[in-house]
Design a protein around this ligand. Structure first.
Ligand SMILES: *[C@@H]1O[C@H](CO)[C@@H](O)[C@H](O)[C@H]1NC(C)=O
Ligand SMILES: *[C@@H]1O[C@H](CO)[C@@H](O)[C@H](O)[C@H]1NC(C)=O
Ligand SMILES: *[C@@H]1O[C@H](CO)[C@@H](O)[C@H](O)[C@H]1NC(C)=O
Ligand SMILES: *[C@@H]1O[C@H](CO)[C@@H](O)[C@H](O)[C@H]1NC(C)=O
Length: 345
């Protein structure tokens, strides 16, 4: 009995000491769950993971090292630290990665390791979590990605052609000509265009496997353009307090036509309504409509095309923007101080 107590007396302080030391320096919270998915519209990898609940409860400041790797590439294409202080909500952690190569082209894998900021020791890496590319699925013919895209002037574009399983891509090129890059796997080939220009309004990519039938080839068209400029000199007035007319100048050419040409929407902030007017542009753009009882308007014009969206706003009081009305005010109210006019009469 006596002996037992003495042993405990010696061990207890030691144990406390050990715990404090280990919490600071050597406790690891490895990634317990890792989920990787893809958003193909945004060409973005979505990564979700979590560590043990006790790390959340302790509101630990942690570092996560995240790596992205592609099929067949021995080196990682991306490494990033994500430093965050956990909270008690216990919600899983998130990170997103925008890919310059279409995610369809090949498989992408992600792994994570973690470290409490106060600690010196990194956890083991998690296993690689993979989202598959279309090179692993069975297609009815070769496929080019991206497919039929509108691209911004000055940007770079990486394309791939994925052949059917067991097929070899014999040709992959663009018209007008560009550089062709071979990829290690001959079922998938990549091609990169640098600094595209609107002077070549259409770029067509062609891909062919080493056979000649119709199903052995694919093609895809790319249109080069610009996002719209911000509407310039946007202003609205009324001549008669019945119709408001807004005018603005549209800025530079977007080189996009037909269904891709800039579209205008006019909206009013206070009534939260889209203004029912038809925009017509020649030298200037112009839009007019009948006003109601409202006196102060906050009008926004939004111009949008597939490459971007810009807005301009004008806030005005119809009684201050009406030329006819201000003149009649001068004539009628020749008094000082003036009674304020009854504007709704
Ligand atoms: C992984 O994330 C995706 C997208 O957020 C979700 O649909 C899926 O259910 C998740 N999988 C697991 C195992 O949690
Ligand atoms: C995040 O943490 C890592 C490792 O602890 C460190 O190397 C890196 O500089 C930190 N990054 C930022 C932005 O604080
Ligand atoms: C891209 O091309 C334009 C001409 O088309 C040139 O003025 C510009 O310097 C180029 N930019 C880069 C980064 O090469
Ligand atoms: C007018 O509306 C825009 C957004 O529609 C808003 O940002 C701006 O603050 C508004 N201005 C006034 C004076 O209410």
């Amino acid at each position: 009995m006596m002996n037992h107590f003495m042993v405990l007396a010696v061990l207890l302080p030691l144990r406390t000491c050990y715990t404090t030391y280990s919490q600071q320096e050597s406790v690891v919270f490895p990634v317990m769950y890792l989920n990787v998915s893809k958003d193909l519209a945004l060409q973005r990898l979505l990564v979700e993971w979590d560590v043990d609940k006790s790390a959340h409860d302790a509101e630990l400041a942690m570092s996560f090292e995240i790596q992205v790797r592609r099929t067949d590439e021995t080196t990682t294409v991306w490494t990033e630290f994500h430093n965050i202080t956990l909270d008690k909500s216990g919600k899983p952690l998130h990170w997103a990665w925008d890919s310059d190569l279409p995610l369809e082209c090949m498989s992408h894998s992600v792994r994570i390791r973690s470290k409490a900021e106060a600690s010196k020791i990194w956890s083991q890496w998690s296993l690689w979590e993979t989202v598959l590319g279309l090179d692993t699925s069975s297609n009815s013919g070769p496929q080019i990605f991206p497919n039929e895209k509108i691209i911004e002037e000055g940007s770079d574009l990486t394309l791939c052609c994925i052949g059917r399983k067991g097929q070899i891509i014999k040709e992959f090129f663009i018209v007008p000509g560009g550089r062709v890059f071979d990829h290690t796997s001959s079922q998938v080939r990549l091609l990169t265009l640098k600094n595209v220009t609107h002077e070549v309004p259409h770029i067509t990519a062609y891909c062919r496997e080493s056979c000649n039938e119709k199903q052995c080839s694919d093609q895809s068209v790319f249109i080069v353009g610009k996002p719209p400029d911000t509407p310039n000199d946007f202003s609205c007035q009324t001549q008669d307090m019945r119709r408001v007319t807004c005018t603005w100048s549209q800025g530079g050419d977007t080189y996009l036509y037909g269904s891709h040409s800039p579209k205008y929407t006019i909206s009013e902030e206070f009534s939260q309504k889209i203004v029912p007017c038809t925009v017509s542009c020649s030298e200037q753009c112009l839009c007019s409509w009948d006003i109601g009882q409202q006196r102060i308007y906050n009008i926004t014009v939004t111009v949008e095309n597939p490459l971007g969206k810009k807005t301009a706003t004008d806030v005005f009081d119809v009684t201050h923007r009406s030329k006819v009305f201000s003149m009649s005010l001068l004539r009628v109210f020749h008094c000082r101080p003036c009674p304020s006019p009854d504007l709704n009469a």
